[in-house]
Design a protein around this ligand. Structure first.
Ligand code: SF4
Length: 337
């Protein structure tokens, strides 16, 4: 389908037709596979004050934590024993994690598990920082833009502009990362047109990974009284992005599972092909509360992997522990070589 056909389907069809088309495109590229990533939330300390975020700098109710290097390495070692081949290290913009500290961590992870892909989600950094992290062995980088509406972005991120975010995403491309981004759905001030533009931005940047989560208002943020929009909107966005980016990796996000018990399954049925169990040590999990009602806080992510198997089977897919590089990224590489 060309872009006009995709948008026509999105705007004019019943949900079922849109979702079936996205599912078919996903299965054509990835079959029935769902890649598993081990998510490690290494710090909830953040210097930024995004209005929607539960761990924003101004939220004084948060019990702050930072995993020690040993805790991170132990978690990766456990994940390796369970067969994980991707580790996603995600944190707030914590000044402790300088480039040398992160490079050292990446190098150690690669020593433990040379085959594994390391994904970092550690905010906007300098070109030099991205270069050094890549040299240290980092494979993938996640930086969600959250909304393609420049004014809304500036407001929600307390002054940080969309352009700064996009510039950083451009810089990541220069260093040959698998580049991930994504957006929230249902933000106050967002319209249907915003959601379409979000998907088009993903297409134009040809992201290798796109994370899409419903916005869930956090009671300790300035957006506490915002309306909770239906999950349906996020499911439709997953389907739209899948149609625009057949070869991207698209996670069924934990936020979807938190808003609705079958939320992740619905995303998997609408074109998502990745799950990210949270393998952060259990004692810290509840303190990384980006939004309220987050699921799976009392069990280790390794137990979650067992539960996820059944959920995935319910949509006729199966879990694989393969590294799962994005098909688009691999094609790009083979085209160059
Ligand atoms: S969204 Fe990220 S950058 Fe913004 S306050 Fe939360 S952790 Fe910090």
């Amino acid at each position: 389908m060309n872009a006009a056909d995709i948008l026509k389907l999105y705007k004019n069809s019943e949900n079922d037709a849109l979702i079936a088309a996205a599912d078919e495109v996903c299965r054509n590229v990835y079959g029935s596979k769902v890649y598993l990533r081990g998510l490690i939330e290494f710090s909830n300390i953040c210097n930024i004050d995004c209005l929607y975020c539960g761990i924003r700098k101004s939220n004084k109710e948060v019990k702050r934590y930072r995993l020690s290097e040993d805790e991170i390495i132990d978690t990766v070692s456990s994940g390796t024993k369970y067969g994980f081949k991707t580790f996603v290290l995600q944190g707030g913009e914590d000044p402790y994690f300088t480039t040398p500290v992160l490079c050292g961590l990446v190098e150690k992870i690669k020593k433990i598990n040379p085959e594994a892909a390391v994904t970092l989600s550690a905010g906007i950094r300098s070109c030099e920082s991205y270069r050094l992290l890549k040299e240290a062995g980092c494979d993938r980088y996640l930086l969600r833009f959250e909304t393609s509406d420049p004014e809304l972005h500036k407001y929600l991120r307390n002054g940080v502009t969309l352009n700064e975010r996009l510039k950083a995403l451009d810089n990541l491309r220069k260093y040959d990362y698998e580049v991930g981004s994504g957006f929230m759905v249902g933000l106050p001030g967002e319209t249907e047109e915003t959601r379409i533009q979000n998907a088009l931005l993903c297409r134009d940047y040809n992201f290798d990974m796109v994370g899409i989560g419903p916005f869930i208002p956090h009671p300790s943020t300035p957006l506490a009284d915002a309306l909770q929009m239906p999950l349906e909107l996020a499911i439709r966005s997953v389907a739209l992005v899948r149609l625009f980016l057949p070869e991207a990796n698209i996670p069924a996000t934990t936020a979807a599972g938190s808003l609705s018990s079958a939320g992740r399954e619905r995303m998997l049925a609408a074109g998502a092909n990745v799950l990210m169990p949270n393998i952060t040590p259990v004692k810290y999990k509840k303190d990384y509360e980006l939004y309220p009602g987050k699921i799976c806080l009392d069990e280790s992510g390794f137990e979650c992997a067992g539960c996820l198997e059944g959920r995935v089977l319910s949509v006729n897919k199966f879990i694989t522990y393969e590294r799962g590089d994005s098909a688009g990224f691999l094609h790009g590489k083979s085209a160059v070589s």
